[in-house]
Design a protein around this ligand. Structure first.
Ligand SMILES: *[C@@H]1O[C@H](CO)[C@@H](O)[C@H](O)[C@H]1NC(C)=O
Ligand SMILES: *[C@@H]1O[C@H](CO)[C@@H](O)[C@H](O)[C@H]1NC(C)=O
Ligand SMILES: *[C@@H]1O[C@H](CO)[C@@H](O)[C@H](O)[C@H]1NC(C)=O
Ligand SMILES: *[C@@H]1O[C@H](CO)[C@@H](O)[C@H](O)[C@H]1NC(C)=O
Length: 350
């Protein structure tokens, strides 16, 4: 029996990674440097679900295939399922990444705060999400650690690539990859993008929205009844009028910077008063991604004696509002347990 879906995904990943290796003119695809200061924890747990099924006989594995196997083998699926059991109580694509075309129906039939049907405690099931389930996801922070990382090929080899706030990718694709399947948007960025549709910046904004065919552009704060609605709708109109292959989506409630979240207390027995966008995006992604690799998350202004800018695309300095080092330690712990893969440093240096 051949699982064609799985086979297609495996073949696709192999093609992308082979191209990367050829283009990079390196003899072998090497795994990235993991966490600074700790031993590289590549667990060799083999999981039935991560063994690619190959319909044709392959006598020896190529180096690339071996490397991707190792990436897959890093994960402890028991630990991933435990995480998902908790995060799914708080987040779901059906509630937090809803197709914008469902907005009117949602407002008419649902209690926008509780996500239940009006006059009923039943789950509001009138919405659809463009997000499904994925075997491998890359969650990309916008951290300056990505500069000169050459992680682009590896990032693009994931089934689903998630970014925050529609960052530039083309000029940095060697380091950050070309693909974006989902970009989450905060309020300030929504205003900027909507503003960018006016005259002078219009072409540039439309080009940014077109960079990755099929991209989901999802507003992460509460949309129903907020003034942001008009802005998101304006962006949606521009996408349609210009035949851009992108989908707009919204959340019934904000999942960003929410002080009240007991999620992180339940998950980590730690209180994060102001969870960062990265932490919230990770938690949301964990509900629909089985294996998450995280890139571009690094909390310090220096790495191996080199200074690291806050973002990879602007000269901004570090911001102390979020408890970044505490979050980073948490990600490191999840990496050690095989719940996620945290990639820091260069991808072609091992
Ligand atoms: C995988 O995770 C589970 C639950 O966290 C743990 O009990 C188990 O020992 C882990 N397995 C390995 C091989 O590390
Ligand atoms: C929503 O739930 C109701 C009652 O359980 C069911 O009849 C209806 O088909 C569901 N609608 C959708 C879109 O799933
Ligand atoms: C992710 O985006 C790329 C293009 O940017 C697309 O080819 C691919 O099909 C998308 N993957 C999924 C699972 O939507
Ligand atoms: C960083 O700089 C310090 C002092 O200049 C030096 O002692 C140390 O070896 C350097 N570390 C690395 C990794 O280059």
């Amino acid at each position: 029996m051949v699982d064609w879906k799985e086979f297609t995904v495996v073949v696709f990943c192999l093609i992308v990674m082979t191209c990367y290796v050829v283009w990079d003119n390196k003899a072998a695809f090497r795994l990235p440097t993991m966490i600074p200061g700790s031993a590289r924890v590549l667990k060799v747990t083999k999981l039935a679900s991560s063994t690619p099924k190959t319909p044709t006989k392959t006598p020896t594995k190529s180096l690339e295939e071996g490397a991707m196997d190792q990436v897959m083998a890093h994960f402890n699926m028991t630990s991933v399922r435990e995480l998902q059991k908790i995060t799914r109580k708080y987040f779901s694509p059906e509630r937090h990444i809803i197709d914008l075309s469902d907005l009117d129906n949602f407002m008419k039939k649902c209690n926008t705060k509780t996500f239940t049907l009006l006059n009923s405690k039943r789950r509001c099931n009138v919405t659809h999400s463009p997000v499904t389930r994925y075997r491998t996801c890359a969650v990309i922070g916008n951290g300056g650690i990505l500069l000169n990382s050459r992680c682009g090929g590896e990032i693009d080899a994931h089934e689903f690539v998630i970014r925050n706030n529609l960052p530039p990718t083309s000029p940095y694709q060697k380091d950050v990859g070309r693909r974006t399947n989902l970009t989450t948007i905060n309020r300030a960025r929504l205003m900027q993008v909507a503003g960018g549709l006016r005259r002078k910046k219009r072409a540039k904004t439309l080009a940014r929205l077109s960079e990755s065919p099929g991209m989901i552009f999802s507003y992460s704060l509460s949309l129903p009844g907020s003034p942001s609605k008009k802005k998101l709708q304006a962006i949606d109109r521009a996408i349609k009028e210009n035949h851009i292959d992108a989908v707009t989506a919204f959340s019934h409630r904000s999942y960003m910077s929410n002080k009240g979240y007991s999620l992180y207390k339940e998950l980590f027995k730690k209180r994060f008063r102001l969870p960062s966008t990265g932490l919230n995006t990770f938690a949301l992604a964990s509900t629909f991604c089985d294996r998450i690799s995280m890139y571009g998350f690094y909390p310090l202004p220096t790495y191996r004696n080199r200074s690291v800018p806050y973002h990879y695309y602007d000269g901004k300095m570090f911001n102390k509002a979020h408890k970044m080092p505490a979050e980073f330690e948490t990600f490191q712990e999840l990496h050690r347990r095989g719940t996620i893969r945290l990639v820091v440093g260069k991808c072609d240096e091992w």
